[in-house]
Structures are given as structure tokens and as C-alpha cells.
Design a protein around this ligand. Structure first.
Ligand code: BES
Ligand code: ZN
Ligand code: ZN
Length: 461
């Protein structure tokens, strides 16, 4: 995917005028009669998502009128690249820095196609970066989000634990990071019993990818991502419908990689660590069984009440390792529960944290960045649902109500020393096409999380 935002154009570019339905009537009054007639003929009223191509008398494009809703957000003009004629465009008017960058990013993301297996020769128009746009940041996010989408969209026959670990490692290598990968039985030797237990049934062994970017006197942040390259449910096998899109169950890992990529590329002063437990939750003779009791890295035992609740199992070992260094912040991202989707639908990610100040900040940034995240409580009252007769903890809560909360409470058992921890339960998948967001794998929450890290931790101590 070529980056379609150019910093300047030597030749004349075509203007795009943004107009909202509210302001349209007043604007229309001032227009010449022939334009009024033309717009009336097409019933153009400035409705968000609608647009008009206005021609010149000699058959070229005079301008594009694009209906938008105010306030503008990242997707305001993301419908255009797939629809308007090829050419190079610019936006009329002036925008705040954040608006300018978001409009450009939305345009760029609308040119994403997953064309690894089905070639496409579709070409997209270019946009001149609007004034105030941070084009380096936009490019970094564009590439990171395309990467996350590609990783998620690539089917599990090609995106298995080894290939996902390789993707992470080759990126880390290109950035001169320190990389450590533990795989297969070595996970037992190195005391990651849960990652091993969940991943051992698959032909391709489980991996733990550990990437470090050292930076002295900088806040330390560790990102953890659920990397289940396919979730059959294990012996508690999913239904066909429930299993179908489970190639996306490494969406947490993909998002963590994308976020890390932008943090590194924009050189935020952060001592960054990335931990990715990567497994395939498969069915086989040596798969973990319901009511197997398995030790964790922490030392406490877990009874596997349901082999389909595998995400919290692999995350428990990775989070305990992350917590052992007591960084300033741990963020984990995971396609952890169906319950989170029942609660908030597919587009709004759930987040949990005990840090009220950080939560308020993230909620504010999420709205500002139009990157939707909503807080649910780590409600202590539900903790007892994880108790079980013969082990310290069950991965299958006694009630399915509040399933996203009980999953988060399970994770919390493994994060004890770190000042702030944010857990994000996400869909990482678009069920339908929307402007700029094609059906399939999706980056979630990383623009908001990046901004949170930048604003809260981004100045070296
Ligand atoms: N990967 C799934 C969660 C999921 C399902 C995310 C659908 C997004 C869409 C996870 O591993 C899972 O199966 N969780 C179970 C947990 C339950 C057995 C306690 C769930 O949510 O049903
Ligand atoms: Zn599962
Ligand atoms: Zn899963």
C-alpha cells in the first residue's frame, strides 16, 4: 500500500470543500443559480457521507463537495478515496493540528486492501497533507495499522505461532531491539507453564516473544498482547459460527506490535518492553482438558474449567513476568471475552484499570481521538466467582454474567507490583465495511493509547 498523503504538489490539485448539513443552507444561498440548480437536482444537502463532483465547463473537476458531520473526526472524509476520481486533492479551509492529522490518516487508511491472496489493481487518489498535519506521525500510524490489519487478516494456516513470532522478531531486529524468544518445551524450563499448556496441542509450538528497547532514565512501559493465532476453543470446542473468525484471536498481539512500532518510530522517550505469548488453541490428544490443574509462573495453581478461556491463561504468565520488573505502566491488549462484545458491541473497546486518574485521561483522549474505549470496573465483589475447590483459581467463572470483568479480575491476580495497569478487551475485527475500515482485522485503541503514553509518560525524567 503506497502512502497516499503527499507533503506538497508541484501541479495544481483539486480542492475538496467540507460542508456540514447544518451550514449547508446558509452556504447555498450565496452560490450562483446554476450550482444551486445542480445541487438541487442531485438532492445534495451536505449530509455526512454524501459528496458531489463539480465539473468545469471543459470537463475537468472543479471541486469536490463533501458532506461531513461536525466535529470532524478521523473518518469524516474516509468515504472519498474509494469513490472519487483518480487525481491529487487538497482540503479547503484550515484545521487544528489534531484534526488535520486525523483527516489525513482516515484518508490513508481508506486505501488499505488485504491483497495477499486476491490481487487488486485498484488505484486511489492522493491527498496533499493539510496544513498543521504531522505527516510523519500519520505515515507511522498508517503503516502500523496496515501491519496490524495484515497480521490479523492473514489466515491461521500462514499466521501460526512461529510466523507471528517471526514477524515480531524481524521488526524488532530492524529496530535494533533486544529480542528473546522462548519456544516449545523451553517454556517449561523457563517457568512459563501456562503458555506451554495452552499451546502444546498444536503442531507448531507455543512461543513467548520478549522485545526490549532500552532507554536510560525514561519511564518504563511494558506492553503485553494475546497472540492466539487460532482459537478452536480446545476440547471445549467452539461452534462453527463461534470459531469462524478466530484467526483474529492474535489481535491483541497485532495491536501491541503496531503501538510499539509507532512509539519507536516517533522516538518517544520510553523504556519499552513488549511481551507476546503466542499459541494456537488446538484440539488433539495431548490438549489440556477441562479440570486439569496447572501451575502458573506465579506459583499459584489454576483449574482449567473451560479450555476456551485460554487467553487469560497465557496472559497470566506474561503479565506476571511483566509485573516482576514493576514498570511504571503495563498495558495488555486481548481479544479476551465475548462478554465484552455483548456489553459494548464490536466497535467500543473495554478497558480496566485501578488508576482513576489514568482512566479519566484515557477516556478524555479516547473521545478526542475518536478511538472509542469505555471503562468497566474491576469489581472486587465478583472475585469469588473465580474460586474453585481444588486449585487457587479457576479460569471459568461460576457465573457467565460480567464475563469481561471476571476475566479482568483473573488477570489482576498476576499484576501486583506495577503502579498502573490497563487491560484492554477488544474485538480487533470489523464485521462490516465502514468508511476507512474494511471488513476484517482492525487496529483498536492504539491511537488513544499512544496519545496517553505521549502525554502522561512522554517526557524523560
Ligand atoms: N477468543 C475468545 C473471546 C472472543 C470471542 C473474543 C468472540 C471476541 C469474539 C476467548 O478465548 C473465549 O473464547 N472466551 C470465552 C471465555 C469463557 C469460556 C469463560 C468467552 O468469552 O466465551
Ligand atoms: Zn477461547
Ligand atoms: Zn481466545
Amino acid at each position: 500500500m503506497p502512502f497516499p498523503i503527499i507533503s506538497a504538489s508541484k501541479t495544481k490539485t483539486i480542492p475538496i470543500q467540507l460542508i456540514s448539513a447544518d451550514k449547508f443552507p446558509a452556504w447555498l444561498k450565496k452560490q450562483p443559480a446554476d450550482l444551486k440548480k445542480w445541487l438541487a437536482l442531485h438532492e445534495f444537502t451536505g449530509k455526512a457521507g454524501s459528496y458531489m463532483v463539480l465539473p468545469t465547463p471543459n470537463g475537468t473537476i472543479d471541486k469536490i463537495l463533501a458532506g461531513v458531520e461536525l466535529p470532524l473526526n478521523i473518518w469524516s472524509i474516509a468515504n472519498l478515496p474509494a469513490k472519487i476520481p483518480m487525481g491529487t486533492y487538497h482540503l479547503e479551509g484550515s484545521f487544528k493540528a489534531e484534526e488535520a492529522s486525523n483527516l489525513a490518516l482516515g484518508w490513508a487508511l481508506a486505501t488499505y486492501e488485504f491483497s495477499k491472496y486476491k490481487k487488486s489493481d485498484k488505484k486511489f487518489p492522493q491527498l496533499v497533507a493539510p496544513k498543521n498535519c504531522d505527516n510523519a506521525l500519520v505515515k507511522s500510524f498508517f503503516e502500523a495499522i496496515c501491519w496490524a490489519r495484515d497480521l490479523i487478516n492473514t489466515p491461521a494456516n500462514d499466521m501460526n505461532p512461529a510466523s507471528l513470532a517471526n514477524e515480531a522478531a524481524s521488526w524488532a531486529k530492524s529496530q535494533k531491539a533486544k529480542i528473546n524468544i522462548i519456544k516449545g518445551e523451553a517454556l517449561l524450563k523457563e517457568n512459563y507453564p501456562m503458555i506451554y499448556t495452552v499451546g502444546k496441542a498444536a503442531d507448531i509450538p507455543p512461543h513467548l516473544v520478549d522485545i526490549r528497547f532500552s532507554r536510560k532514565k525514561a519511564p518504563k512501559i511494558t506492553l503485553v498482547g494475546k497472540g492466539v493465532t487460532f482459537d478452536t476453543g480446545g476440547l471445549d470446542i467452539k461452534t462453527a459460527g463461534g470459531m469462524k473468525i478466530m484467526k483474529k484471536d492474535m489481535g491483541g498481539a497485532a495491536n501491541v506490535l503496531a503501538l510499539a512500532k509507532v512509539i519507536v518510530e516517533t522516538n518517544l522517550p520510553i523504556e519499552l518492553r513488549v511481551l507476546l505469548p503466542i499459541v494456537e488453541n488446538a484440539v488433539s490428544g495431548n490438549a489440556m482438558r477441562p479440570l486439569d490443574i496447572v501451575p502458573t509462573r506465579k506459583g499459584i495453581t489454576v483449574e482449567i474449567g473451560n479450555t476456551d478461556a485460554e487467553g487469560r491463561l497465557i496472559l497470566s504468565d506474561a503479565l506476571f513476568e511483566a509485573d516482576s520488573e514493576a514498570p511504571d505502566l503495563i498495558i495488555d491488549c486481548a481479544t479476551l471475552t465475548g462478554a465484552a462484545r455483548v456489553a459494548l458491541g464490536t466497535d467500543v473497546a473495554v478497558f480496566f484499570t485501578d488508576d482513576n486518574k489514568l482512566a479519566a485521561k484515557l477516556a478524555e483522549i479516547s473521545e478526542r481521538e475518536s478511538d472509542p474505549l469505555w471503562r468497566l470496573p474491576l469489581w472486587k465483589g465478583y472475585r469469588s466467582l473465580l474460586d474453585t475447590l481444588n486449585a487457587d483459581l479457576s479460569n471459568d467463572p461460576d457465573s457467565s454474567y460480567g464475563g469481561s470483568i471476571t476475566a479482568a479480575l483473573f488477570l489482576k491476580e498476576f499484576v501486583r507490583k506495577t503502579k498502573s495497569w490497563i487491560h484492554v478487551d477488544m474485538m480487533a475485527w470489523n464485521l462490516q465495511n465502514k468508511a476507512g475500515r474494511p471488513q476484517g482485522g482492525e487496529a483498536v485503541a492504539i491511537r488513544a493509547l499512544y496519545q496517553l503514553i505521549k502525554e502522561n509518560y512522554g517526557s524523560a525524567r
